[in-house]
Design a protein around this ligand. Structure first.
Ligand code: COA
Ligand code: AMP
Length: 630
């Protein structure tokens, strides 16, 4: 069956389609039906089934004869380490860790925060939680104490599992002091912390609170898998929304297993036993779905890569990893390719490696610019698939499902809707528009298995953020259009989310931080175009009356404040002082106009602007920051 028939088969009988896909999962009790309509546009999948994620990702493969196959290949150019962990080894390591967590009181439904770099132990921690039915929440290592504290207060974890340190090129990231700082700041305190001591830095353990990863496993009984309901939350992953308060996306267990397993063959075209590599980080949704869960659930070998596309040690690292470990399908963010292309435009490093194992490259996380796609395609000689999804969905909304059909790829488009997603372009009034017309991208409810049923402890925020604007639809927050062949083109965000090097950030969140500076009366943060990272945040601050300290002193403090509060990942380095911000007569800051000026794009003078002269002042300030770029 080709794509069109598969999509039509889903549309004709969604219940049958997903029940069929669910048969590939080993249930302790099979679900009696797929979709559960909870009223008011709230849905759940496979709610009355009983299942365990760790069993499906690890134990069943051992039982079915894959025990000696590598489950994880750890390749860390930053520590000069490489090793493999088989499914059998993974089973005993995870069972032991889960046993130790259980011995200290972690049970089904308890939350566990994981704050770790790209080491196999991060995956083991996630799987150990899944084994017990505990709900993990992984926090990306590039976030600072304050962001971690906000997540601790929202998730209220019984335990936090952290590494002593992370390794960024040229510096050691001291995780433990960041963790201690976060626990000092948070109102909720975990019962205990498990610290994985790395060779590069051994952290101080807090007597009575912190335990050593190895020592606390000594002498405990390994834990068996605890079956949980299909609608039990597998994890919470916080993502940027329109305020400094991140949204806790809930991932339900049953739908997650079914959808991810389905995606591995149909979208990524790999069979059990193949090596799959997503060069991302376990702190992001790509890492959750395609470093940890999907490959393992499907019986693939996954690669845990601790390094960067360039500089660790060179722009050939990706090609070395692909060729050395025989990667069949490779997934990363376009920014990684832009970084490589900038250092090695002619692809000299590509030529050094035998990449005949590679079948396809998948890009997501941000818009893939056609130049980058062409370069990647020319260098690698394999199909380059741009596919579009979000933390909220956990797997692709649109893409080119090579496992179903070798269908045409349109450069600039992120492909066609996957079964389960009825994607529509809506005008402001919520009416569907015709082909090639720009509008809000929305998905008709219900969303498919694996997607978010709600936000953690925040049903009302879930409804307000995603369901209220277009009744009957999930609002994606992206704007775009669909062509006559059904291919989607994502053009922009409709909210304040920006995408910096494939990392999703909220400019509203950064404004909240800047507003906290004692000398800042008012501020605006916008996302400006950047050749490497896609977008960069840029701040404009107006000072409180009477402040007459040097502007560059204040902007330096602003940059430090964002780095300290949100973290280095915000990449907030551009900031200037202005007298006034451009506004509408009703007082709304004209951020979109400021973005256009910074990007040297044409713009119409907003009819509602209060004082057009302020735009000249903004233009001057931008010049000071070197914008627009030549
Ligand atoms: N822990 C601590 N700090 C981290 C971190 C982590 N896990 N990841 C990034 N940082 C820091 C970086 O060291 C950098 O700090 P600096 O300001 O002191 O230099 C800062 O956060 C910004 O990082 P980043 O935006 O990643 O920029 P970079 O210059 O280090 O690297 C790229 C640029 C393009 C090479 C890099 O962004 C990349 O590989 N991107 C891939 C994107 C990706 O995996 N996205 C996930 C979704 S698919
Ligand atoms: P995240 O939740 O971090 O995965 O970010 C999701 C957002 O990133 C989407 O809503 C888009 O704005 C953007 N995004 C992800 N993939 C793509 C893509 N293939 N093309 C364009 N934008 C994308």
């Amino acid at each position: 069956m080709g794509y069109k028939d598969t999509y039509a088969a889903w549309k004709a009988d969604p219940e049958g389609f997903w029940m069929d896909a669910a048969r590939a999962i080993e249930w302790d009790k099979a679900p009696s039906q797929a979709l559960f309509d909870r009223g008011n546009h709230m849905y759940e999948w496979f709610a009355d089934g009983m299942v365990n994620t760790c069993w499906n990702a690890v134990d069943r493969h051992v039982q079915n004869g894959r025990g000696d196959q590598a489950a994880i290949i750890y390749d860390s150019p930053v520590t000069h380490t490489k090793h493999e962990i088989t499914f059998s080894e993974l089973q005993s390591r995870v069972a032991s860790l889960a046993g130790a967590l259980r011995a200290k009181g972690v049970e089904k439904g308890d939350r566990v925060i994981i704050y770790m770099p790209m080491v196999p132990e991060a995956l083991e921690a996630m799987l150990a939680c899944a084994r017990l039915g505990a709900i993990h929440s992984v926090v990306f290592g590039g976030f600072a104490s304050h962001e971690l504290a906000v997540r601790i207060d929202d998730a209220k974890p019984k335990c936090i599992i952290a590494a002593s340190c992370g390794i960024e090129p040229g510096r050691v990231v001291h995780y433990k002091p960041l963790l201690d700082g976060a626990i000092d700041q948070s109102s909720h305190k975990p019962d205990f912390c498990v610290i994985f001591q790395r060779d590069q830095e051994v952290a101080h353990l807090e007597e009575g609170r912190d335990v050593d990863w190895h020592a606390f496993q000594y002498g405990v009984d390994p834990a068996d898998c605890v079956p949980v309901e299909g609608n039990h939350p597998a994890y919470i992953l916080y993502t940027s929304g329109t305020t400094g308060q991140p949204k806790g996306v809930v991932r339900p267990t049953g739908g997650h297993l079914v959808a991810l397993n389905w995606s591995m063959k149909n979208i990524y075209n790999v069979d059990p036993g193949d090596v799959f590599w997503a060069a991302s980080d376990v702190g992001w949704v790509v890492g959750h779905s395609y470093i940890t869960y999907a490959p393992l659930i499907h019986g693939n070998t996954t690669i845990v890569f601790e390094g960067k596309p360039v500089g660790t040690p060179d722009a050939g690292t990706f090609w070395r990893v692909i060729s050395e470990h025989k990667v069949k399908s490779f997934f990363t963010a376009p920014t990684a390719f832009r970084a490589i292309k900038r250092e090695d435009p002619k692809g000299e490093y590509v030529k050094k490696y035998d990449l005949s194992c590679l079948n396809a490259l998948y890009l997501a996380g941000e818009r893939a610019d056609p130049d980058t796609i062409h370069w990647a395609k020319d260098q690698l000689g394999v199909p380059v698939i741009d596919h579009w999804w979000q933390t909220e969905t956990g797997w692709a909304i649109t893409g080119v499902p090579l496992g179903i059909e070798d269908m045409p790829i349109k450069i600039g488009s992120s492909g066609v809707p996957m079964p389960g997603y009825d994607v529509q372009i809506l005008d402001e009034g919520g009416q569907a528009v015709g082909p090639d017309t720009l509008g809000a991208v929305a998905v008709k409810l219900p969303l498919p298995p694996g997607t978010l049923p709600t936000l953690w402890n925040a049903d009302a925020r879930f409804k307000k953020s995603y369901l209220e604007h277009f009744p009957g639809y999930y609002e994606t927050g992206d704007a775009g259009m669909i062509d006559a062949d059904g291919y989607l083109y994502i053009m922009a965000r409709t909210d304040d989310v920006i995408n910096v090097a494939g990392h999703r950030l909220s400019t509203g969140g950064m404004e909240e931080v800047l507003a906290g500076h004692p000398d800042v009366a008012e501020c605006a943060v916008i996302g400006v175009a950047d050749d490497l990272k896609g977008q960069l945040p840029m701040g404009f601050v107006c000072l409180t009356k009477g402040v007459n300290r040097p502007a560059d002193e204040i902007t330096k403090e602003c940059v430090k404040l964002v780095r300290d509060q949100i973290g280095p990942v915000a990449a907030f380095k551009l900031c200037c002082v202005v007298d006034r911000l451009p506004k509408t007569r009703s007082g709304k800051i004209l951020r979109a106009t400021m973005v256009k000026i910074a990007n040297a794009e044409e713009f119409k003078m907003p009819a509602t602007i209060d004082d057009p002269a302020i735009l000249d002042e903004i233009t001057e300030a931008l010049k000071g920051l070197g914008y627009p770029k030549a």
